[in-house]
Design a protein around this ligand. Structure first.
Ligand code: NAD
Length: 285
């Protein structure tokens, strides 16, 4: 059977279009326009592109959006003042502070400062706790996007063996939690795991969120598995800058049933889920 290369851009466009319709209907019914605030510190090129794409999609979905840009050298207090002000604004339902922050700023303090009800990244400890106890909450966008892809690709995930490579707070751990809630048998592979490849070869669903270019090769993959590649790694091939995932796409595509490409797989779905979370936050308000 030929491999299905999952088109994350197409799926993201579809979801954003559906949400745009929903926003239109809700506003016609007299509801407030959902508002998203993005805070960007410094001028990291990747972060600047991510923020631009997030705002573009928010506008496509009919959201009100604001971007606050702070200088690379801003103080913790200046950043906290911005977050406090956004926490109090009635027209802002979702707040996202683009990570990573410059080293002199505490990400933890900023994550903890955002009101849990406006935490559209789903990183606040209150939301992390609600997710891990299986209660409704704002869920981190990247794993939420991966789950949406998997459900569309496979339908019911019950009983599948899912292996998540990576245990970060923003991808690996929430991904494992979501798969557990979808009744998968879940294994987590990380940098200290012995024989990661052997564990991954047992997976019906393999999610790679490591940040190591093309770490997952075809000898890590069971024939017929569904492979989700979260990684975004900048490499240089023949003097040209190229983005590659954590999966060796060429080799693995020959072995699996379906795979997300990089770019154009998980990335666009992450943004669609950010819009979704902002809508959820606005509705709960
Ligand atoms: P992270 O650095 O916080 O975590 C990486 C994890 O991988 C760690 O838990 C570590 O234990 C594990 N790891 C490292 N080397 C390993 C190895 N050799 N074998 C097994 N596990 C190993 O990274 P992150 O924030 O989770 O991001 C992972 C990747 O996903 C990065 O490339 C990042 O750019 C990308 N990412 C993409 C999106 C998106 O929207 N597509 C969103 C977030 C992150």
């Amino acid at each position: 059977m030929p491999v299905n290369i999952i088109d994350g851009r197409q799926l993201s466009d579809l979801l954003i279009e559906e949400m745009a319709q929903e926003v239109k209907v809700r506003m016609a019914q007299g509801h407030q326009q959902p508002g998203l605030a993005v805070v960007l510190v410094g001028e990291d090129p990747a972060s600047t592109i991510y923020v631009r794409n997030k705002i573009r999609c928010a506008e496509k979905a009919g959201l009100f959006s604001v971007v606050t840009r702070l200088d690379e050298t801003c103080t913790q207090q200046e950043l906290e003042d911005v977050v406090n002000e956004l926490n109090e604004r009635d027209d802002i339902h979702g707040i996202l502070v683009q990570l990573p922050l410059p080293e002199h700023l505490s990400e933890e303090r900023i994550i903890n400062l955002i009101k849990p009800s406006k935490d559209v990244d789903g990183f606040h400890p209150v939301n992390v706790g609600l997710l891990s106890s299986g209660q409704a909450t704002l869920i981190p966008c990247t794993p939420l996007g991966c789950l949406e892809i998997l459900k569309r690709e496979m339908g019911d995930l019950s009983g599948k063996h899912a292996v998540v490579v990576g245990r970060s707070n923003i991808v690996g751990k929430p991904m494992a939690n979501l798969l557990l809630q979808a009744n998968c048998t879940v294994s987590i592979v990380h940098s200290k795991t012995i024989d990661a490849a052997a564990l991954c070869r047992q997976a019906d669903i393999l999610v790679a969120a490591v940040g190591v270019a093309e770490l997952v090769d075809d000898n890590w993959v069971k024939p017929g598995a569904v492979v989700i590649d979260v990684g975004i790694n900048a490499t240089e091939i023949d003097g040209k800058r190229k983005l590659v995932g954590d999966v060796n796409f060429e080799n693995v595509a020959g072995k699996c049933r379906a795979i997300t490409p990089v770019p154009g797989g998980v990335g666009p779905m992450t943004i669609a889920c950010l819009i979704k979370n902002t809508l959820v936050a606005a509705k709960q308000n």
